[in-house]
Design a protein around this ligand. Structure first.
Ligand code: GCW
Length: 608
């Protein structure tokens, strides 16, 4: 990340007062030899047009932030030595392109793998203005426009809406404004109860008045605040269910409060029973979001956006697209992705996400959603992302949020080119390694759509039965002869939540794509896969292959001429990834071998 920023040449020591001024600054410093003119056309909003004139100069026109995005697009293509555009019009597909930080005011970051919070310490705002400008620049350079700075799990007393915090929050908003970045705050649904009101019932007039008054105060301090992000009735957080109200009633009450100021309520749909009894076979966690929300389609206010995790579980290495994203045509939706590598290697293991996002967008008609959000992978580490290569996820997320049809390979190659000046052959190796990393991780971790199997709570490293007799509803039910849960019509019925064409694709284990097989079906280990291998053999093969792939990845990493300080960090983490991959491979294979008693056809070592 630092490396890409340094390609912009000049540290941003002066404070730009507007996106236009910033655009001029960036163009003159990054492209000193190219003459560029900018022209503001407010009707173009965030969109831009780049035109190359006959004398070789460029004209960038756009709305005020459009000019900025156009300038960065031009700079990126010049620094990448791509052919410069002659005539290029572009505007973002999604209105809100959000980063959700899970930063706590005590300075910790929930699921953070890059050091402490960039914004908070010890119960207070605590930030380096220079780094805030760097972050603004990073976001603007890839078209991201909303930054929610605090964790969706809002821990008392750290509530940004209070008078004590507002002036500092307003100063932070001022810092980000020239970058076209607007702030958003996570709120606690029960907050009125901290202020002398005996309930948080959304239909109670006192509660409604409290939120209206609070919104007024907050918008007085930060007139362009994007809105509030809400995790309600989810994993122990308070919400409208306590009062017998549904989530449309809950969200619309807040929407009324922020409507006069143009604010949005981004309402998360991560609602499921996290106190499930493992003996209970009638509850299937992936069904939960649909059950809580689908029937409410059309009842949400127009300034409510439902934010839905991309899969029905929780950011596993492979999950199908959440059926809710396909089923709520009369509601504003956002898809939530997770850049923080919670289940995907903690920014120790290399895991490039864009191939996964590409698959999601292939199933998701672009017009179904109006916005996208991603849980941040940033922290106070000097390089922002802990693992320098994890920055590719932040960068390519921005490109995809702007245009979901962005070419996967080109996006990764662009990041690599902007970040490291290395010989073309090495750059190609790096791009290939990044592009294959998700599949490699999948192979050595949780097989064929089964997910989980991670160490509980921490979520790094293997523990195949860690969640098996727990309350989180994430069971694989592996026995001596079979594994998985039948989620078709004859099983839990989860598959019925999809349109028919999707049901058809997955309902028959004989034709269900391999990589989703154990998400949808319970199958014997002797089940014949499409390529003729048995299921158990495929599990063994994937794990060995994944581990061997990591061995060669690590060799490549050690050969690549990364500059320092990145080189040392990348090498050190690669060695830890190798250790992790071996643990996964050996533990998962041993687990299945012990259960099934079936030998690996190739006689490789499995520890009993
Ligand atoms: O999977 C869970 C994570 C929690 C997170 C939650 C959520 C912020 O383990 O750390 O809480 O998802 O998305 O709300």
């Amino acid at each position: 990340m630092k490396a890409w920023l340094s390609r912009l040449h000049t540290d941003l020591v002066t404070v730009p007062s507007s996106p236009e001024e910033l655009a001029r600054f960036e163009l003159s410093h990054a492209l000193p030899d190219i003459s560029c003119r900018i022209e503001t056309d407010p009707s173009m909003g965030e969109g831009y047009h780049i035109c190359r004139k006959s004398d070789g100069s460029f004209l960038i026109s756009g709305g005020s932030t459009g000019i900025l995005y156009g300038s960065y697009a031009l700079i990126r293509s010049a620094l990448c030595e791509k052919s410069m555009p002659d005539n290029l019009s572009s505007s973002p597909r999604y209105a809100l392109r959000m980063i959700n930080c899970w930063d706590n005011m005590d300075g910790t970051v929930e699921r953070g793998y890059s050091g402490r919070s960039l914004f908070f310490e010890d119960g207070h705002f605590h930030y380096d203005p220079f780094r805030m400008r760097e972050l603004g620049r990073l976001m603007a350079s890839v078209g991201l426009n909303i930054l929610c700075i605090n964790n969706v799990n809002v821990h008392f007393p750290a509530q940004l809406l209070l008078e004590d915090y507002l002036p500092e929050a307003a100063s932070l908003a001022d810092l980000f404004r020239p970058f076209g970045v607007r702030l958003m705050f996570s709120i606690d649904y029960s907050q009125p109860m901290r202020h002398g009101i005996s309930t948080a019932d959304p239909l109670d007039p006192a509660v409604q008045e409290w939120w209206k008054g609070t919104a007024k105060r907050v918008y007085n301090a930060i007139p362009d605040l994007a809105g509030f992000l809400v995790k309600a009735d989810s994993e122990g957080r308070p919400g409208p269910f306590t009062y017998g109200r549904n989530h449309a009633e809950g969200a619309n009450m807040l929407a009324d409060a922020v409507r006069p100021y143009g604010g949005k309520i981004v309402w998360r749909c991560f609602v499921y029973n996290c106190r499930q009894d493992w003996r209970d076979k009638t509850t299937d966690r992936p069904k939960a979001a649909w059950e809580h929300y689908a029937y409410l389609d059309g009842q949400f206010a127009d300034n409510v956006i439902l934010q839905i995790k991309h899969g029905p579980f929780d950011f596993q290495v492979r999950e199908p697209l959440s059926p809710l994203l396909l089923g709520m045509k009369k509601t504003n939706l956002a898809m939530e992705l997770q850049l923080a590598q919670e289940y995907t290697g903690h920014q120790i293991d290399i895991y490039t996400m864009i191939p996964m996002w590409r698959e999601l967008f292939e199933e998701l008609p672009a017009e179904n959603i109006m916005s996208v959000a991603a849980v941040s992978n940033l922290g106070r580490d000097e390089n922002y992302t802990g693992h320098p290569l994890a920055a590719v996820n932040f960068f390519t997320y921005g490109l995809l949020a702007w245009d979901p049809e962005t070419d996967t390979t080109a996006a990764v190659a662009e990041w690599a080119r902007l970040t490291y000046i290395i010989p073309a052959e090495d750059e190609k190796k790096l791009v290939n390694l990044l592009l294959s990393s998700r599949r490699v991780y999948e192979k050595y971790t949780a097989p064929l759509g089964i997910g989980w199997m991670v160490t509980p709570h921490d979520h790094y490293g293997p523990n195949p039965s860690g969640y098996e007799y727990d309350m989180w509803g994430t069971y694989h039910k592996a026995s001596h002869d079979a594994i998985g849960i039948d989620r078709t019509a004859s099983g839990t019925g989860y598959l019925n939540q999809y349109p028919e064409y999707i049901q058809k694709k997955y309902e028959d284990p004989g034709t269900c794509p391999d990589l989703y097989l154990l998400f949808y079906h319970r199958l014997p280990y002797t089940f014949r896969m499409k390529d003729g291998r048995t299921l158990i053999q495929r599990i063994y093969d994937d794990h060995f292959e994944g581990y061997y792939d990591v061995i060669s990845m690590v060799e490549t990493i050690h050969d690549l001429p990364f500059p320092n300080p990145d080189r040392d960090v990348i090498r050190e983490r690669a060695n830890r990834q190798l250790h992790n991959a071996k643990e996964w491979c050996d533990i998962i294979n041993t687990f299945f071998h012990r259960l099934s008693g079936i030998e690996d056809e190739h006689g490789r070592i499995i520890y009993d």
